[in-house]
Design a binder for this molecule. Sequence first.
Ligand SMILES: [Zn+2]
Length: 321
Amino acid sequence: MRRKSQNNDTTGGQRGVLHRIKSYRLIRNLLIGFIVASVINLLFSSLFYTPKMFRLADERRELEMRYEVLQNRIRSSQRKIDEIRHRDNLVYRPLFSSDTLSIEGIYTPYAEQKYAHLQGNDFSPMITSVWKEMDQLARSLYLESKSLDELQILSKDKEKFSTAIPAIWPIDRSLLRNKIGAFGYRMHPKLHRWKFHKGVDMAGRVGDPIFATGDGVVESVILSRARTGYGTQVVINHGFGYKTRYAHLNKSHVQRGDSIKRGQLIADLGNTGISTAPHLHYEVIYRNSPVNPINYFDKNMSAEAYKSLMNQIQEETYEAE
Ligand SMILES: [Zn+2]
């Protein structure tokens, strides 16, 4: 009995040890399995994409592609606007003898800080460039819409416009003496420096008739015998942004506020103000800036007539200032 119980004790102890060993092995195997699985996972993920990474990469490619499509569409819209602008400047505006519309700073890109909030990730350069192109497109659209608005107004009043715009000679050409003093920069004969001449000078005799070059309203008449500036002068406002000035006159036949028709006698040629010989100083002013009157002498001038006119025009001056 004692032996048997001893035997029983021994087998009981051995069974406990075996059980523990089994548990240890199981834990060891589990640990090894976990470590191996982790190492394989690590290796795989560094060598190959996981399905999630594949999906993300796909999404990224898709996004980049969409941005590229967007950018191409913006560029093609910009090209279309450029074409419209080209036609506007070379076809529509010349129809109304209207100068190109320019809005100051319209082509200047916005400051970089406007796009600061777009910075900070991989896509920033792409997104910023799309925004910049969009902004440029918006600016061009604004300019073009303004320009077309103007043309719409001009086309409504086309008939009125065609009689208002300066379009004839302010003086009978057969009465002209000597060369015509040119518009633009010229070397001053006495001061020996470049000076901008805002109009053209036409030499004649005191008393030669001066005609209005377009319909309008007399904006101002200044009567002056002083030997300074323009002397006696008349300014006519033709509307549509156009004005004409007739200076160094001997006498005015009109008064401020008078309505004037093209070809109407408005003054007599003179030698008042700073003038070295009897002549008419004639200016065409568009939107408060002087433009070359030569382009407004005769709307239907032939190429030959224009050429011969240009030959008559010299850096002549009849003004001492
Ligand atoms: Zn002049």
